[in-house]
Every structure is written in C-alpha cells, then in structure tokens.
Design a protein around this ligand. Structure first.
Ligand code: ZN
Length: 155
C-alpha cells in the first residue's frame, strides 16, 4: 500500500464560475486559476501523484502551457488515473475536506462524490468528500482550500 496527501488553495474572485469536484456551484464568485481552478480535484491529483512519488500537478500540467487554460480539471484527473493504472496500483480509498466559509456545499457533495468515483473508476464507497468552514479565521472568505488523503493498493 502507498499513501499520499494533497493540498491546494485558490483565491475567490468576481466573474468566474465556481467549480468544485467537477460540479458547478451557484455563488456570486469563482476561483481564480489557469485551469477551471477546481481546488478539490487539484488536491486529489496531488494526493495520487504524491502516493506514487510522481511529482505534483504543477510539474505535470504547467500553468505556462496554453493547453491547460480554463481546462476542466476532470480531464487532468483522468490523465492522472492513466498514470495510476500504469503504476500497478489502484485506489484503496480517498478522503477529502473542502474548507470554504461560503457557500454552503452540503447539497453538492453527493454529486461531487459520484463524479470523482466515476473519473477514478472506483466504487463510490471509496470516496469521501467533506466540507467545513474556518470559523471566519485564516483565508476563508478570500479563498477556498482543499485537502486530500489517498490510500493506494497494489493491483
Ligand atoms: Zn489548484
């Protein structure tokens, strides 16, 4: 077995869609970034790459590369799934936490789980997505962060 951790944070700005876990969230702001800035999927990608000791999302998909401008992060996740498949490992389980002061995310979590489980071709029971606030401390309000921990099993 191998384990990995991923962390990511993006700034909240006007005139951007808010995409988390591949789901569009109704909110007056969105996350700034080169891709669609899906902070949850980015943390998951880094956890998987970390478990495989294969570097990080920035090395694999540089933000200087126009190919990745505003790209749907689920496409990046599916690329990382190919690396996982070739490594001789599969998802054991994945646990994540999104940290956002607002909006309320609970009602979106089941859709996110479904999409992530589908992209990683694993049972939904292996995917956990939680949401919390920072009690108005730290960066919350200005941005959204996500942490992911993954356990991989050899095939
Ligand atoms: Zn990111």
């Amino acid at each position: 077995m191998r384990i990995g951790i991923g962390y990511d944070v993006h700034r909240l700005v006007e005139n951007r869609k808010l995409i988390l876990g591949g789901v569009e969230i109704l909110f007056e702001k969105g996350l700034e970034g080169h891709s669609d800035a899906d902070v949850l999927i980015h943390s998951i990608i880094d956890a998987i790459l970390g478990a495989l000791a294969e570097g990080d999302i920035g090395q694999l998909f540089p933000d200087t590369d126009e190919t990745y401008k505003d790209i749907n992060s689920r496409i990046l996740l599916k690329e990382v799934k190919k690396i996982l498949d070739n490594s001789g490992y599969k998802i054991g389980n994945l646990d994540t936490t999104i940290c956002a002061q607002e909006p309320k995310l609970q009602k979106y979590l089941p859709q996110m789980r479904k999409k992530i489980a589908s992209d990683l071709n694993t049972d939904i029971s292996n995917i956990s997505i939680k949401a919390t606030t920072e009690e108005n401390l730290g960066i919350s309000g200005k941005g959204i962060s996500a942490t992911a921990v993954v356990l991989l099993r050899s095939l």
